[in-house]
Each structure stands twice: as C-alpha cells, then as structure tokens.
Design a binder for this molecule. Structure first.
Ligand SMILES: Cc1cc2nc3c(=O)[nH]c(=O)nc-3n(C[C@H](O)[C@H](O)[C@H](O)COP(=O)(O)O)c2cc1C
Length: 180
C-alpha cells in the first residue's frame, strides 16, 4: 500500500504540528510527502504531474492546518483543478477508482470545542464532510480523519505521541462506509 500525503501549509517553517508530522512521515519508505506550497511557490499547479502522482499511489491523505473551517486555499485549488472530468469522474474518469482518501488536520480549537454543544458547534468529522463527499464521487473510499487539536497548548509529549499515532493511522486506518 503506497500512500501519498499532500501537505498544504503556507508557512511550514513556522509550523509545529504539520512540520513534526512531515518529519515523521519522511522516515517511512512507503509514504510520499508532497508539499504543495514548496512544489508551487507561484501557486500554479501542474495538473498532469499531480494526476501522475495520485495514479502512482493507493492512498491519498490531505494534510493541512484548518483555516476557517476549511482547507488552505491552495488545496481547494488542487481539488478544483486536479479532479477533472474524464480523469476522476465521468464515464471514462476512472483513474481514482478504488483509491482511499482521507484528511489529517491540525486545529487551534480543542477537542471539546468541536462538538455539537461546544464552541465550534460541529464535530471535525462534520466539518470535513466535503472531503468525505468527494470520495464516492471519484470512486474512492474515505478514511476516518486524523486530527490534532488545541495547537496552542500542545505539550511535547502529546506531539510526540501524535507522530506515532499518525504513522499508525496511515498504515492501519480502514475506510468508513459512505453513510457511516
Ligand atoms: C487564516 C487562519 C485560519 C484559521 N482557522 C482556524 C479554524 O477555523 N479552526 C481552528 O481550530 N483553527 C484555525 N486556525 C488555527 C490553525 O489551524 C492552527 O494554527 C494550526 O492548525 C496549527 O498547526 P501548525 O503548528 O502545523 O501550524 C486558523 C489559522 C489561520 C492562520
């Protein structure tokens, strides 16, 4: 199982969580780390190259810090441009069929804040629904999200544990049912 992790962080040098996750992933031989802002400083995505990368892997994880309950915009651009009709969907668009996709997301908000009765009012699973909805549309299955919350109160121990859990997640996560 080959995993492609597409990292979208506009300021990875100043990052704590996403930077640590990448460091850990780079030690795994069956994981390709692809940083969108490094690959495209001008934000012009090479669609054919991205499609080839996806085709060469079984699993694609979208890793990013949550921005306004959403992805950083370069990742939204990636979805808009790379998931083309005739490639990812439509009668001949079968290149993503059978792949597994998922999200790995860091947040400032605490775990408790991402609950129906919490400050952010929705769970992270709910907020990540657009990616979950993309999965069946492109013939893929959806992995449960991997998250790390409360970025401003994060101890070194919790971050270290998260690195281990993330690799474990990438190896062992099982797709959830589309209507789970
Ligand atoms: C423009 C912007 C929007 C943000 N929006 C959210 C948000 O909606 N929810 C949240 O929990 N954190 C939000 N944050 C905080 C980031 O998610 C947080 O700083 C990041 O996940 C920490 O990860 P890092 O150490 O890899 O940078 C936002 C940060 C920025 C810069």
């Amino acid at each position: 199982m080959k995993t492609l992790v597409i990292v979208t962080h506009p300021n990875i040098e100043a990052s704590r969580i996403n930077k640590a996750w990448i460091e850990e992933l780079r030690q795994q031989t069956d994981v390709t780390v692809h940083e969108l802002y490094k690959a495209y400083p001008d934000e012009k995505i090479d669609v054919a190259a991205e499609q080839r990368l996806v085709e060469a892997h079984d699993r694609v994880i979208f890793q990013y810090p949550m921005f306004w309950y959403n992805t950083p915009y370069l990742l939204k651009k990636w979805f808009d441009e790379v998931l083309q009709y005739g490639w990812a969907f439509g009668p001949e668009g079968t290149k993503t069929a059978g792949k597994e996709i998922g999200a790995a997301v860091s947040t400032y908000g605490t775990e408790e804040s991402y609950q129906a009765n919490g400050f952010n009012r929705f769970t992270l699973r709910e907020i990540l629904r657009p990616i979950e909805a993309i999965a069946p549309f492109i013939g893929a299955t959806y992995l449960p999200p991997f998250t790390l919350s409360d970025s401003s109160n994060l101890s070194d121990e919790r971050l270290a544990q998260s690195r281990i859990d993330y690799v474990r997640h990438i190896r062992n996560a099982k797709p959830v049912g589309a209507r789970d």
